[in-house]
Design a protein around this ligand. Structure first.
Ligand SMILES: Nc1ncnc2c1ncn2[C@@H]1O[C@H](COP(=O)(O)OP(=O)(O)OP(=O)(O)O)[C@@H](O)[C@H]1O
Length: 624
């Protein structure tokens, strides 16, 4: 890029920031940049391609940006792929000029105060894969987004959007959510990929997913009268409403009759597991009517009634834990709970028991697994003990509800350690190697022990790597996730293989998916950068940089200045690249990965014995 062009882009970006941050840069610290005197590639939130200095990512989240979004200026950065301005307080709207950001693949605008309609030009961003506009005040109808063939994620919940939901090709989507808007009309066919949660809170929507009332049939087209008169329209709608009310009443009566029958016949089967004596068995006669189910206070994914009625035929199964010798389902219901997160696979709550013990309770959503398979799976995982794998303490399973109970881990996750705000400790290179080796060894062990059962972790990422009260590392949520559609791409692609070995193939795919997930964790440890889009962005960026032979650019600057061995960092990077090989068959197994990393760790340890005492990790404690 010629100097003048580079200066022009820089000027435009300074203008972009001036409008976003009306108070100016005065209150920002010295590293903030965003002025003409500093190198734009070092500005807060800006990432450039190493040689060309052109900007490919701008990520300024939670930074109290309260001004106006000037799309025209930011789109001067022609190579911009990722723009994230989540969780600020920007207002007004996004202009049609956003269409000039032609390369954009990811646009994150959630958690602001944007209003007005979405510009039509959005639908001309042909490279867009992810669009997040949730938690704003956007109104009006959606532009023609289905024309973006590569769109995989669309999150637009909590806005005032209206009109019909366009006919997206849902088979391509990983995430879709338009809940809590004013959409109306029928819900398009989502091929079973999404549940009601993606559409709830739109009173005008109809269809089986959100109500028992079927959509009224489309009025027959009239050749004589292309547009029905308003009186006719009113009559047609009044007719549909009466029909709707009759259907709702019919189902309500049926439901009451069914409930009555169930109350007459109380049935509490006790599985062969260790249930915590009589005390753990949930007896309906003992159900205090006024119990508050405190999980999900704001927008519960499951209603209180659903959990109580399902409890009639299910029990909380307590596994072996010295920490919690007895636990009743009621204890969970009664205890105060705090929502820790709402992930793709369910919600997680911190539950504080009277005894002072804190638990982490996962409410799993949309897992189509039989009760028996679920029970067998969880028990198998619990028995396959490894000191760095967090075992489940108890589980609960009914048709409507699946809960898994773990011990709450008070020292946060690897994600927080790497990217958290209070990250003023040095997470040094030696400690990172120990973390990498511990995860690899634990996974290698679990893969070996659970190979035959086909149970891999299934959702390996840095938020699932936790630290206990002694800063010992533990991998949480092992085996909690089922095979997903996307994982089919990890199967060998021959038809014969698919026909004959689908279930074995699926299991194989999940093990290889773990290796990929672990590779992404290694990249996080090496680069200190955030992962987005299931690790794809970070992996692509690292692969690009390495291909261009700028390998050193990949590493977190602090690691190099601390004097970490560049050779060993490159070695670890090579292992990471093997793990994220696009072809699952070419990825190593977890035991091969563990062996390679343990060798690296031993090399590091023997080099440290020459320079004893050079490593400090968060005071006196080190993970492991
Ligand atoms: N046992 C635990 N103790 C303490 N914190 C936990 C525990 N398990 C998970 N967490 C933390 O709680 C937060 C929310 O967890 P959750 O599992 O909902 O998130 P997620 O892993 O991003 O989602 P998902 O697993 O559905 O993809 C994460 O930051 C995670 O690190």
């Amino acid at each position: 890029m010629a100097i003048s062009q580079e200066e022009e882009v820089k000027q435009a970006l300074v203008q972009f920031m001036d409008k976003l941050s009306p108070g100016g840069n005065a209150q920002r610290d010295a590293n903030w940049g965003w002025n003409m005197t500093s190198d734009h590639c070092n500005w807060a939130g800006v990432t450039c391609y190493p040689r060309s200095n052109s900007v490919w990512q701008i990520g300024i989240e939670k930074s109290s940006l309260s001004g106006v979004f000037d799309a025209s200026s930011v789109c001067m950065a022609k190579d911009l792929l990722i723009l994230s301005l989540k969780d600020n307080t920007m207002h007004v709207t996004i202009g049609e000029e956003i269409g000039k950001c032609k390369q954009l693949t990811h646009l994150y605008l959630s958690g602001n105060n944007f209003s007005g309609s979405l510009p039509d030009s959005l639908s001309y961003l042909g490279n867009l894969k992810r669009l997040e506009i949730s938690d704003n005040n956007f109104s009006g109808e959606l532009p023609d987004l289905p024309r973006i063939s590569g769109l995989r994620n669309f999150l637009a919940q909590i806005n005032n959007l209206r009109g019909g939901i366009p006919n997206f090709d849902f088979s391509n989507f990983d995430q879709f959510n338009v809940s809590n808007n004013n959409f109306s009309g029928p819900i398009p066919d989502v091929h079973g990929l999404f549940t009601a949660n993606s559409f709830l809170g739109n009173p005008g929507l109809c269809g089986q997913l959100v109500s028992t009332t079927p959509c009224p049939p489309a009025p027959p087209p009239s050749i004589m009268e292309p547009k029905a008169s308003s009186t006719n329209g009113f009559l047609v709608y009044a007719g549909y409403m009466i029909l709707g009310i009759v259907i709702v009443l019919f189902f309500a009566v049926k439901l009451i009759q069914k409930k009555k029958k169930r109350e007459e016949k109380v049935d509490v089967p006790i599985p062969n597991n260790r249930v915590a004596g009589d005390a753990s068995i949930y007896k309906p006669s003992e159900t205090p009517i006024d119990h508050q189910f405190k999980f999900g206070v704001n927008r519960s994914e499951y209603s209180m009634t659903s959990i109580e009625s399902s409890a009639i035929t299910s029990t909380l199964v307590l596994l072996t834990s010295p920490l919690v010798p007895s636990l009743r389902f009621e204890d969970l219901l009664r205890a105060p709970a705090e929502l820790l997160g709402r992930g793709k696979h369910g919600s997680l709550y911190k539950v504080m028991l009277d005894s002072g013990v804190n638990l982490a309770v996962k409410r799993i959503k949309d897992w189509e697994i039989s009760d028996e398979d679920f029970r067998r799976r969880i028990q198998k995982i619990e028995r396959t003990r490894h000191s760095n794998i967090l075992p489940p303490i108890a589980f609960y399973c009914s048709k409507q509800e699946k809960l898994l109970v773990y011990e709450y881990q008070p020292n946060g996750s690897l994600f927080q350690l790497l990217h958290g705000p209070q990250n003023d400790h040095t997470f040094d290179w030696g400690s990172r190697l120990i973390v990498a080796a511990s995860i690899a060894e634990a996974l290698a062990y679990m893969h070996k022990e659970l190979q035959e059962d086909g149970i891999a972790h299934g959702n390996l990422k840095s938020t699932n790597i936790l630290f206990d009260k002694n800063m010992n590392l533990c991998v949480s949520e092992y085996g909690l996730m089922m095979m997903e559609n996307q994982e089919e791409s990890f199967l060998p692609q021959t038809k014969d293989f698919k026909n004959k070995h689908l279930s074995a193939g699926q299991a194989y795919g999940t093990f290889k998916l773990d290796v990929y997930g672990f590779g992404v964790i290694l990249l996080e440890l090496l680069t200190g950068k955030l992962v987005q889009n299931n690790g794809l962005d970070l992996a692509t960026w690292v692969q690009t940089v390495v291909r261009e032979e700028w390998t050193v650019e990949v590493f977190e600057k602090g690691l190099l200045t601390e004097g970490a061995s560049e050779e060993r960092m490159v070695n670890l990077l090579q292992i990471a690249l093997k793990c994220i090989n696009p072809s699952p068959n070419k990825r190593p197994t977890m035991s091969q990965v563990a062996a390679m990393i343990v060798t690296l760790k031993e090399e590091e340890e023997s080099s440290i014995s020459f320079n004893a005492g050079s490593h400090i990790y968060m005071g006196d404690t080190r993970p492991l």
